[in-house]
Design a protein around this ligand. Structure first.
Ligand SMILES: *[C@@H]1O[C@H](CO)[C@@H](O)[C@H](O)[C@H]1NC(C)=O
Length: 201
């Protein structure tokens, strides 16, 4: 009998302890579940903000179309001069994104990315036809045609990784010339400066 009472007491106290402990534990668990959920929601919210920002950036990049092609134009020989001259290709065929300025001859990268540029020049005879494609103040590629009797053509093509705001342009070297004429024989001309954004970065 004593044993049973002791057992009951023990059970009761055990139950009581359990009963007291359970709501506390439950409350503790609930708090920690809430806490975890809140923490997870905060993490998710932060990730969502980052993801939304990345989507916006990608959208802007995907919607950035940059491509230009401009003929030099003119009525024949241009040059020679005793100084270097930036070539202003005025005869715009394509200028998606308006990154090429036909008043200055300068292309300004509207976004960072990988770009392809090419230059095609025609020269008459007995003069150098040396030009240089620049990226900012740096010489990148030479466009040269022979200095001999006859009609020569020089060209070059490059792929450049540019930062937003970098400029690309072509300079005719001193004592050089190019030759161009629009609608001469039906074609658009002989001398062109072209560029296209391959992909934004
Ligand atoms: C350069 O191009 C012009 C125009 O297409 C052409 O008449 C001429 O023969 C070319 N010169 C050479 C050396 O290929």
């Amino acid at each position: 009998m004593k044993g049973v009472v002791v057992l009951l007491v023990l059970l009761c106290s055990g139950l009581t302890a359990a009963m007291i402990a359970t709501p506390e534990n439950e409350e503790e668990n609930c708090q920690s579940v809430m806490c975890n959920m809140q923490r997870k929601i905060e993490v998710m919210e932060n990730r969502l903000v980052v993801a939304e920002r990345q989507v916006e950036t990608l959208k802007t990049k995907a919607e950035t179309n940059v491509a230009f092609s401009a003929g030099f134009g003119g009525t024949g020989y241009y040059g020679p001069f005793n100084v270097d001259k930036t070539l202003v290709y005025e005869n715009v065929l394509t200028n998606l994104g308006n990154a090429y300025n036909p008043a200055t001859g300068i292309f300004t990268a509207p976004v960072g990315g990988v770009y392809h540029f090419s230059v095609y020049h025609h020269s008459g005879s007995n003069r150098r036809s040396d030009s240089v494609l620049f990226k900012n103040k740096e010489q990148i590629a030479f466009i040269s045609a022979m200095n001999k009797d006859g009609s020569y053509n020089g060209s070059n093509g490059i792929i450049l990784q540019l930062e937003e705001g970098d400029v690309v342009y072509v300079v005719l070297k001193d004592n050089s010339w190019i030759w161009d004429k629009v609608n001469n024989g039906g074609a658009n001309g002989w001398c062109h400066f072209n560029g296209i954004l391959l992909f934004a970065q």
